[in-house]
Ligand binder design. Structure first.
Ligand code: HEC
Length: 120
């Protein structure tokens, strides 16, 4: 009985870990992939910015971010800045991130700005 319980607990733990690995939150993804340029707070002041000729977008700027649709944000992430006639310094992430990770990031961007498309 005890052994069964232990096995169940171990399984539950593994499931939990697999879940965490399979679906990191938008905030975690942002911290890992975006914060070095866009800053931990999303304000565009990451540690890389001193050497960059074009400054990363301030994702807390509700006025600007409300001017971008979710699709445009997705395109910027997947295809990089160039896809929106923006700087190549914004890298394309399409080969690194899954579709659901990109969706999670778009949701996180909306949290950072506290805005929606057309609603600053
Ligand atoms: C190497 C630095 C760098 C990294 C890493 C980076 N970005 Fe950017 N990003 C930029 C720069 C620079 C711009 C501004 C481009 C411009 O205004 O021409 C930008 C712009 C953007 C924009 C705005 C595009 C627009 O409409 O103006 C979005 C959205 C964005 N980044 C999302 C992300 C996300 C999400 C991540 C992480 C997956 C990320 N970026 C990682 C440098 C970076």
């Amino acid at each position: 009985m005890r052994r069964v319980l232990m096995a169940t607990a171990a399984l539950a733990l593994m499931w939990g870990m697999a879940g965490a690995l399979a679906a990191p939150s938008g905030a975690e993804l942002y911290r890992v992939y975006c914060s070095q340029c866009h800053g931990l707070q999303g304000n565009g002041k990451g540690i890389n910015v001193h050497d960059m000729s074009v400054q990363p977008r301030d994702h807390t700027d509700a006025k600007y971010m409300a001017g971008r649709s979710d699709d445009e944000l997705r395109t910027a992430i997947v295809e990089g800045g160039q896809a929106l006639s923006k700087s190549v310094l914004m890298p394309p992430w399409g080969k690194v991130l899954s579709e659901s990770e990109v969706d999670a990031l778009v949701r996180h961007l909306r949290e950072l700005c506290g805005c929606r498309y057309g609603q600053p």
